[in-house]
Design a protein around this ligand. Structure first.
Ligand code: AMP
Ligand code: MG
Length: 474
């Protein structure tokens, strides 16, 4: 039975210079690796209907489902600080937008669907590794409550993709509130195309804020969402790794899981990405980089805002908003119900003690309120000193570390997608065994509830398991 999906493609109704219309390039032998049934249900789709041969053909890019209007979106972007006026979807195609039963609108995109006019030197394809990494990471983030693009399906193509070595190809079906980026605005600003900027602003406001808003409302909305998002990342030890302006959304969702990673042992300037040699996108630099990216958005919107003081005032809100969200997140991680003057100091002292003691970020927070917390530190005495001040602070709220433990467990996850586990799952899948991928994905679906079956997945990497660098690995 042909797939019947409720497409309504508002982006495709924007002027032709917003995109290049084209169909995906077929692949030889598609095989479904993963289908995200809960996400399908969220979209109002029958997961069974997505397991048919017709659906597989659509998810692989071998057939265009009725109602879809595939296109590659144009955008620009600052990559590591350098402006590139033309990027665009080089290996992704927006199939269209689906309206969920509650009226929510979702982009459905095939990533790795073949070359587009924006592919430059690339082949338009993805290999299995990055597809599985994005599936694992984005679904883990969603389960942790972080705004993110989602993974609806992963399909092996049966074709070989040539990177440094020949690798198995794959296509990811990505679902997002939208794929509008800071770089989408930069694209039209760089071309002095005020008419397009206006159309894009109206489109973005309609999707993410309010249809009757203005450019300054949009800027304020993005600033608010990004401040909240980056604080959430930091509270979980997440490093995006490639926060270029084309990888920052207007919706406030995390996008483009390339060389991203979660911290094992805590260090504020930790970098994983092999391409980030200067540490521009280090863990602790993410708020500053977000601010820098938002300034690029403000500059792009200036022709519409008109008043540069208004844009500056909007931007100046970011550090305060971020700080407030950051304090809220970390207060919750320590079980503090009220806000008090010394709280930032209390949080920062713990983080400094963790850095000095090479403590595992996730496992330390998860162990708070148990005798095992001190075992995470090279120097447990330093932790004991901090613990005494924390206990004293909790006493002011008439409680104790032990008493608040259930509340802590609801905000400090037991399991996050550790880089070495992702690598192990990818290597197994390349060798033909998808089981570790499925086991990991399943465990990450309930990150705050740990069953004994998944305990090994919570361990920090052993010396031989450490993956020192992560790769964009397109
Ligand atoms: P990213 O680093 O994933 O944000 O990608 C940056 C730019 O490179 C985007 O315009 C991508 O579409 C493009 N790109 C990345 N990998 C490929 C590929 N294999 N083929 C074509 N374009 C690509
Ligand atoms: Mg990107």
């Amino acid at each position: 039975m042909p797939l019947d999906l409720p497409f309504d493609n508002s982006y495709a109704r924007l002027p032709g210079r917003f995109y290049a219309r084209l169909a995906p390039t077929p692949v030889s032998k598609p095989r479904l690796i993963a289908l995200n049934a809960p996400l399908a249900a969220r979209l109002g789709l029958d997961p069974q209907a997505l397991r048919t041969d017709d659906a597989l053909a659509a998810l692989a890019g071998n057939a265009v489902p009725a109602g879809a209007d595939p296109l590659a979106q144009a955008y620009a972007g600052h990559q590591f600080g350098n402006f590139v006026p033309q990027l665009g979807d080089g290996r992704a195609l927006l199939l269209g937008e689906l309206l969920a039963p509650d009226g929510a609108r979702f982009d459905v995109q095939l990533k790795g669907a073949g070359p587009t006019p924006y592919s430059r030197m690339g082949d338009g394809r993805a290999w299995l590794g990055p597809v599985l990494r994005e599936y694992i990471m984005s679904e883990a983030m969603a389960a942790l409550g972080v705004p993110t693009t989602r993974a609806l399906a992963a399909v092996a193509t049966g074709d070989t993709v040539l990177r440094e070595t020949p690798l198995p190809g794959a296509v990811l079906t990505r679902v997002a509130a939208s794929h509008i980026r800071v770089g989408t605005f930069q694209y039209f600003a760089a071309r002095d195309d005020k008419e397009a900027l206006h159309a894009l602003t109206t489109h973005a406001l309609t999707r993410h804020d309010r249809a009757d808003g203005t450019a300054i409302d949009l800027l304020n909305g993005v600033i608010e969402r990004q401040a909240r998002l980056i604080a959430h990342w930091l509270s979980l030890g997440f490093i995006h790794g490639v926060m270029n302006t084309d990888n920052m959304t207007i919706s406030g969702e995390t996008i483009d899981y390339g060389p991203c990673a979660f911290l094992d042992s805590y260090h504020p300037l930790r970098v994983f990405s092999s391409i980030d040699r200067a540490g521009r996108y280090a863990y602790g630099r993410q708020p500053d980089i977000a601010m820098w990216n938002l300034a690029q958005l403000a500059i792009s919107l200036l022709p519409l805002i008109g008043d540069s003081d208004a844009a500056q005032t909007a931007l100046d809100r970011f550090p305060h908003l971020f700080q407030r969200y950051w304090q809220d997140r970390f207060r919750a991680k320590l079980g503090l119900k009220t806000a008090q003057d010394g709280d930032t100091q209390l949080i920062e002292t713990l983080l400094e003690t963790m850095a000095a003691g090479q403590a595992d970020f996730t496992n330390t927070f998860r162990a708070l309120g148990t005798p095992q917390a001190r075992d995470q530190f090279l120097d447990p005495d330093a932790f004991d000193t901090w613990h005494a001040s924390w206990a004293a602070r909790l006493a002011e709220e008439d409680t104790t570390p032990e008493a608040i433990k259930p509340g802590l467990d609801a905000v400090n996850p037991a399991i996050i997608p550790r880089t070495h586990r992702i690598e192990q799952a990818i290597q197994a899948a390349v060798a033909g065994d998808d089981a570790p991928f499925h086991r990991l994905t399943q465990a990450l679906g309930t990150p705050f509830n740990l069953s004994h079956i998944t305990r090994d997945l919570t361990h920090a990497p052993t010396e031989d398991e450490i993956v020192p660098h992560t790769f964009c690995g397109t």
